[in-house]
Design a protein around this ligand. Structure first.
Ligand SMILES: Cc1cc2nc3c(=O)[nH]c(=O)nc-3n(C[C@H](O)[C@H](O)[C@H](O)COP(=O)(O)OP(=O)(O)OC[C@H]3O[C@@H](n4cnc5c(N)ncnc54)[C@H](O)[C@@H]3O)c2cc1C
Length: 391
């Protein structure tokens, strides 16, 4: 079977790794000359880590960032007020399955697991045929048994389909950074919420810290890169927020308007082409699930395509992929959007109500909801995926 994957982000590369390990002939077409990685972190939860393990990447993922539980992390986590007082503290069970990794490391291990020449960079896909099998790459047409559109939130392939809801601005901007040295965050990790402002702290396994700063603002307000605006917005917030910003290379701090799909797609499949990752279900990052869901998509598709082949078998696998993935990812996207509206509350009354609600949340209930989204297992593959190192 020949599979063409459009886009070499987390979703596309993870799918390529899994398919190649089950013996499928895979080509990834990536628009950038060098697949871009923003210099920030990403939280992998139990579900994303289970997907990586199902793709044969369990050992490699462990090398770039063990889960908090295995590291013996005892840092309290939850939500705080800008003065540092806790609104809600999560029990350890809710955070010990999280691994915070550097995005560049995740991309590196995925690329290293692929046979040389699998990813063709600097080639843009312009569209896909109605039967979903042929893609127009620059000026040539290439035909596959299956095409996976993993071309991100502004997916060109999704835009060419009926029912594309387009993209909408969520009302806030996020700046992200990773410190270039260890910073002591033993006083707490998680999020600190203010009025239309939120600061997140997520320690990496090696002591460096991934942080994000979220600011509600109109769509057309400027989003300058660099630390100045973040330092100004979060001036006076509890330690070590200022130290985290000052310990991050200024040129690596980038702001990004947060966007999501403006509605739900009626299907992730058209003929032999399926949408995967942000192309299918771009969501706001409030649950830290966009990348984790892309990994779940990848592990699901790989398992289903490893079942009996032949044209009918492939069609059945793609229909099953849509049936399994659409309801879950669309539900999580909706939850993430709602959570963002609550956490970014900026009116004085609404934000006070939010804080009261957080204070009254029993930690057990907060833990159950944090863990519920992570409860996921891939479908059983017909052919085993080899859990190995680089090829
Ligand atoms: C502030 C922020 C914080 C986040 N934090 C987390 C987190 O902690 N945990 C988490 O799980 N998720 C998180 N996410 C979400 C996560 O980053 C995305 O869901 C994930 O990167 C999506 O991966 P993808 O492969 O689907 O798409 P992308 O990473 O966007 O990759 C798409 C690729 O396709 C390529 N491409 C596009 N068009 C074409 C074309 N026409 N031809 C060829 N190639 C093309 C692009 O160049 C790109 O390389 C966060 C997102 C944001 C914005």
């Amino acid at each position: 079977m020949k599979v063409g994957i459009v886009g070499g982000g987390i979703g596309g590369l993870a799918t390529a790794v899994g398919l190649q390990r089950t013996g499928v002939d895979v080509t990834v077409v990536e628009r950038s000359e060098r697949p871009a990685v923003s210099g920030s972190g990403i939280s992998l939860f139990g579900n994303g880590l289970a997907a990586l393990a199902a793709l044969g990447m369990g050992d490699a993922a462990r090398e770039i960032g063990a889960v908090a539980g295995e590291l013996g992390v005892t840092t309290p986590a939850g939500q705080r007020r800008p003065d540092g007082r806790w609104l809600v503290r999560l029990p350890r069970a809710a955070t010990e399955t999280v691994a915070v990794v550097h995005r560049a490391d995740l991309q590196r291990i995925l690329l290293a697991a692929l046979a040389p020449g699998t990813v063709r960079t600097g080639r843009a896909v312009r569209g896909v045929s109605a039967d979903g099998r042929s893609v127009e790459v620059d000026d040539t047409i290439e035909t596959f048994d299956v095409v996976v559109a993993a071309d991100g939130i502004r997916s060109r392939i999704r835009a060419g389909r009926p029912g594309d809801p387009g993209v909408r601005y969520a009302g806030y901007v996020a700046w992200r950074g990773v410190t270039d040295r260890p910073v002591d965050v033993s006083s707490g990790s998680g999020e600190t919420v203010g009025r239309g402002l939120r600061f997140g702290i997520a320690p990496l396994a090696d002591g460096r810290v991934y942080w994000f700063a979220v600011v509600s603002q109109p769509r057309d307000a400027p989003v300058p890169d660099g630390p100045a605006i973040v330092a100004r917005q979060f001036a006076g917030w509890h330690p070590p927020i200022r130290e985290l910003i000052e310990s991050t290379p200024p040129e690596s701090i980038h702001g990004l308007p947060i966007e999501e799909l403006a509605g739900r797609l009626p299907t992730y499949r058209r003929g032999r082409c399926v949408l995967l990752g942000d192309a299918a279900h771009a969501m706001t990052p409030n649950l830290g699930q966009g990348g984790n869901q892309a990994l779940e998509d990848a592990a699901t598709l790989v398992a289903l395509l490893s079942r009996p082949a032949g044209p009918a078998g492939i069609d059945a696998a793609l229909a099953e992929y849509d049936r399994l993935r659409r309801p879950r990812t669309q539900r999580i996207a909706r939850q993430a959007g709602i959570l963002g509206r609550v956490l970014q509350a900026h009116g004085p009354v609404v934000s006070r109500l939010r804080d009261a609600g957080l204070r009254l949340t029993p930690p057990g209930a907060a833990a159950r909801s944090a863990l519920a989204v992570q409860r996921w297992a891939p479908p059983a593959p017909a052919r085993p995926v080899v859990n190995g190192g680089a090829r």
